[in-house]
Write a protein that binds this ligand. Structure first.
Ligand code: NAD
Ligand code: UD1
Length: 337
């Protein structure tokens, strides 16, 4: 029996395939390579020492999905496929609503036809909007301020409604905090298109000299040093959380929702300092205006995932930064290096 990984060629998907393989699962990957390259999967094959079944296709296309389900014995699905650039989602909202929502609806329809009952969905801490306090637990109120975040919120709602109509299903909604880092081999990692929006890839590109200066968005938040605080989690820890979620679904729990974070918050300045330690260089930065839509502090209460999945992040801040640096310095142009 196999786990179908949609969006498996992407950043979190490639790392998750490795953890699934370690845990003894067979993997089938579908991806349209709209935000990834085949090289990532080829490198995963080298790491795990075996070939990966891969279908290049759009998850929105039910007929293509049917062919995969007909050809493979799929027991569970991890649905990573989706677009994730917040700024682009504001500029081109329909692209986000169509891709993220239609792909999920097509997927669950075809899963039903093939009596495949276990689904892990990639949600995000963005569904907590501007939280009233930290740490954030799973019962906090939900809201979203941009089309990307709204797709996550809508899909969670769609899946909750769908579950109530189909209680034989098992669904895990995983709300990720901020994934960073890379596999220890330094051969796979985050490879953003163009100028990165997220903090860590921006810092790494300043460190290798591709970008001149980091702008720190906001230094007047009510945080330890005035800069924004987030819960950064190593992508391999996050990947392992998916294996634990699949195991949980195998016990037929119905619909479950978990934060995947470390429970620790670090400020932008703390991240810069940690990265400087890891790479042995100074990061050129300036203090800038707040970024619209940003919140002061966001970090997880990770207790539920610990209690019910046995999930606990292993990697600390320094190791996350070292792994980012190993990947970025060996692959200055990502998979095009
Ligand atoms: P990514 O862009 O690296 O990977 C997503 C993959 O999905 C890409 O390989 C892309 O080509 C593929 N894809 C997109 N639409 C598709 C479609 N219609 N059909 C087939 N393939 C399609 O992103 P990631 O960082 O690995 O994120 C994976 C998931 O986790 C996404 O749903 C994202 O929204 C969610 N998430 C990511 C973060 C983060 O910070 N990286 C945080 C919270 C949630
Ligand atoms: C962002 C998205 C969020 C998405 C998440 C993961 C926004 C408003 N939010 O979250 O929806 O789920 O990425 O993809 O885009 N920072 C700088 N300088 C930079 C970049 C970031 O100071 O060049 C700061 C930010 O202000 C923030 C922290 O670094 O305080 C982390 O930013 P980022 O990596 O973009 O993640 P989030 O804002 O948490």
């Amino acid at each position: 029996m196999s786990v179908l990984v949609t969006g498996g060629a992407g950043y979190i998907g490639t790392h998750t395939i490795i953890e699934l393989d370690k845990a003894g699962y067979e993997v089938v990957v579908v991806d349209n390579l709209s935000n990834s390259k085949l090289t990532g999967l080829r490198r995963v094959e080298k790491i795990i020492g075996k070939s990966i079944k891969f279908y290049e296709m759009d998850v929105c296309c039910e007929d293509s999905l049917r062919k995969v389900f007909a050809a493979e014995k799929i027991n569970s699905v991890i649905h990573f496929a989706g677009l994730k650039a917040v700024g682009e989602s504001v500029a081109i909202p329909l692209k986000y609503y169509e891709n993220n929502i239609v792909s999920t609806i097509s997927l669950v329809k075809v899963m039903k036809e093939f009596d495949c009952r276990n689904l892990v969905f990639s949600s995000s801490a963005t569904v907590y909007g501007n939280p009233k306090s930290v740490p954030i637990n799973e019962s906090f109120p939900l809201s979203a301020t941009n089309p990307y975040g709204k797709t996550k919120l809508f899909i969670e709602d769609i899946l909750r409604d769908y579950y109530h109509a189909n209680p034989e299903l098992n669904i895990a909604l995983l709300r990720y905090f901020n994934p960073i880092g890379a596999h220890k081999s330094g051969t796979i990692g985050e490879d953003p298109n163009g100028i990165p929006n997220n903090l860590m890839p921006y810092i790494t590109q300043v460190a290798i000299g591709k970008l001149e200066q980091l702008s720190i968005y906001g230094s007047d938040y009510k945080t330890c040093d005035g800069t924004g605080v987030r819960d950064y989690i190593h992508v391999s820890d996050l990947a392992n959380g998916h294996v634990l979620a699949i195991k949980k679904l195998e016990t037929a729990p119905g619909i479950v929702t978990y934060n995947l974070g470390t429970g620790n918050g670090y400020s932008v300045i703390q991240m810069v300092k940690a990265f400087e330690r890891a790479c042995g260089k100074k990061i050129n930065y300036r203090l800038a205006e707040r970024r619209p839509g940003d919140i002061a502090e966001c970090f997880a209460d990770p207790i539920l995932a610990k209690k019910e999945l046995g999930f606990e992040a292993k990697f600390g801040l320094d190791e996350m930064c070292e792994d980012c640096w190993r990947w970025q310095s060996a692959n200055p142009n990502g998979y095009e290096s």
